[in-house]
Design a protein around this ligand. Structure first.
Ligand code: 16G
Ligand code: MG
Length: 545
């Protein structure tokens, strides 16, 4: 038993866990613990214990904790843990988090805590550090107080960065751990984040002109005030960037993510109703914690056109691929694109056949894509829903900075690449940073959103949510593209897909709610809808067996 025991016992009594019905457990899911906020106080406290263990295990490096429920309604909240380089918590540790959170009493919690420390050979007297932040949800306040209790009980040093976007917290974790080293990621402050982005933005634009106004819908989430703050750091004499920030009311919690934001745009496939969409305006939407981005405009002739994560991915891959070639680095650096099964088939074709870049498909969830993207020198990863970023290896960054240019054009390409490596958040997908990347690329190419949309035509597609009695019976393989169980379901899906042209469909259990999701795409809208319905009926049937 450690000398933290008494303190943990006492604090735990003040931050109790809400018991679930028999046989049910809290789980650390794709995005940490996420649920109704009133269930989260005890969980947040226990996450504090876990974060302290993780920090001690990693020689006192700072661990991050972010309190957010992203695009969920205001009554929800969530707690997730960030590793020292700003990445998602290592997967092995998810079950330790789950074990702590499901301890059945204060005493049991202390036992699990000490058991983990022993099993993982953690010195509980070593120093530990945690940095944390929260989005604008009113419940966040109480949850970080519970978290701080967990940190105090375990004698963990901590820094409360108050209200942040999720990617800002990831940035701050990496900045904290790299401070004073040759790999310093940036100043350890929110202002440091803005300064880094603004400086890199100016360098990446290289005097090119950004045309027209960009309207940014912030889902009435934390991205609104943070984007406005960032814009103040752009030197007006160097870049003229006309941004209209809309849906940035963070004072009324009930409007958070309401009829707005990246999730609304992506799932409803239309522009937010407020402010009333004006034809032709270049627009984009962030989600509630500003780690997802979707572009769109309303065309006076054809109506709403959306440019989602797949589009951002192919735009970035194409632009960076060209720069690498101009920089004379094509033979030195491996560029690849990482997608999930939800990527539109047309985007995959465009990337493999037109851009001639390799594409790897992973299961859903940022952590999977991020991990695979690290295998490339330049790894572009995006989910269709707008989560994503571009990762540069140390070799790539070294080459941008140190390769001797053979011509002015080569120098220009190298400088732009070096600027992009600073502009693009290397820790996790970041809607503000991704938006700046898109604006840089459009400015370089002198492209409108229409030019961008014309690079390829999306296959019509449809996503259906299917209620099932037990989603866990649906097991997948091949990066979620095929069902292993229930027996026979995949054969039926295969039969259905065969009936349509250029068709593809798959079903998987959601990682965030108790339901299955069916995706279908085909040559025409009617076929895609029909196929989605058929497969949904198959899943419904197997789901109620
Ligand atoms: C989470 C994931 C997101 C994924 C989504 C899928 C992170 C930060 N977020 O929001 O990447 O697309 O879950 O949800 O990893 P689903 O499993 O319910 O379809
Ligand atoms: Mg989010």
């Amino acid at each position: 038993m450690s000398d933290h025991d008494e303190a943990i016992l006492a604090a735990s009594a003040r931050r109790p866990i809400v018991p679930l019905e028999k046989g049910k457990f809290y789980t650390y899911g794709t995005a940490g613990f996420r649920m109704k906020a009133d269930l989260l106080e005890g969980i947040s406290f226990r996450v504090g214990l876990l974060a302290s263990l993780r920090s001690r295990k990693l020689n006192g490096q700072a661990i991050g904790v972010m309190v957010t429920a992203s695009h969920n309604p205001a009554v929800d909240n969530g707690v997730k843990i960030v590793d020292p380089l700003g990445e998602m918590l290592e997967q092995d540790w998810e079950r330790y988090a789950t074990a702590l959170v499901n301890a059945t009493s204060d005493q049991h919690l202390v036992e699990v805590y000490n058991l983990l420390a022993a099993e993982l050979k953690i010195d509980l007297t070593a120093s530990a550090k945690v940095v944390y932040g929260r989005d604008t949800r009113p419940s966040g306040h109480k949850l970080v107080a519970a978290l701080a209790d967990g940190l105090t009980a375990t004698k963990t040093e901590f820094v409360d960065f108050k209200i942040l976007t999720t990617p800002q917290l990831h940035y701050l974790v990496r900045a904290t751990n790299s401070e004073g080293t040759p790999l310093a990621y940036g100043k350890v402050s929110e202002v440091g984040y803005y300064e880094k982005l603004a400086e890199a933005f100016v360098r990446a634009i290289r005097g090119r002109k950004i045309t027209g106004t960009l309207q940014v819908d912030c889902a009435n989430g934390v991205g609104g005030p943070k984007l406005s703050e960032f814009l103040k750091h752009i030197p007006k004499d160097k870049v003229s960037f006309d941004v209209k920030v809309v849906n940035d009311d963070v004072l009324r919690p009930e409007v958070l993510n309401l009829d707005s934001g990246a999730d609304f745009v992506k799932t409803k496939q239309r522009a937010p109703p407020n402010p009333k969409p004006q034809p032709g305006v270049r627009s984009c939407s962030l989600d509630g914690d500003a780690d997802r981005l979707i572009y769109y405009w309303v065309d006076p002739e054809t109506g709403f056109v959306m440019l989602d994560g797949d589009r951002i991915s192919s735009l970035a891959a194409s632009f960076i691929g060209d720069l690498v070639e101009s920089a004379g680095l094509k033979d030195d650096l491996r560029i690849g694109v990482v997608q999930t099964a939800y990527a539109n088939g047309a985007s995959t074709n465009y990337i493999t056949q037109h851009l001639k870049l390799p594409v790897i498909c992973t299961p859903t969830g940022v952590k999977h894509l991020h991990h695979v993207a690290q295998g490339f020198d330049i790894g572009v990863y995006f989910e269709a829903n707008g989560h994503g970023t571009v990762l540069f290896s140390p070799d790539a960054i070294n080459a941008f900075k140190n390769k001797e240019p053979q011509s002015p054009a080569q120098k220009d390409a190298l400088d732009t690449l070096a600027a992009l490596a600073d502009l693009i958040n290397q820790t996790v997908g970041d809607a503000i940073s991704d938006m700046l990347l898109v604006e840089v690329i459009l400015a370089h190419k002198s492209w409108t959103l229409r030019d961008w949309a014309l690079t390829y035509a999306d296959l019509p597609n449809r996503l259906v949510r299917v209620e099932v009695s037990d989603k866990d019976r649906f097991k997948t393989t091949d990066a979620e593209r095929r069902l292993l169980s229930p027996d026979g379901a995949q054969d039926e899906i295969d039969q259905a897909v065969k009936k349509y042209k250029d068709a593809r469909s798959f079903a998987r259990a959601s990682g965030t709610e108790n339901a299955c999701r069916v995706y279908a795409e085909a040559a025409t809208r009617t076929e895609a809808n029909e196929l989605a319905d058929r497969v949904a009926r198959i899943i419904e049937r197997y789901g109620t067996l």
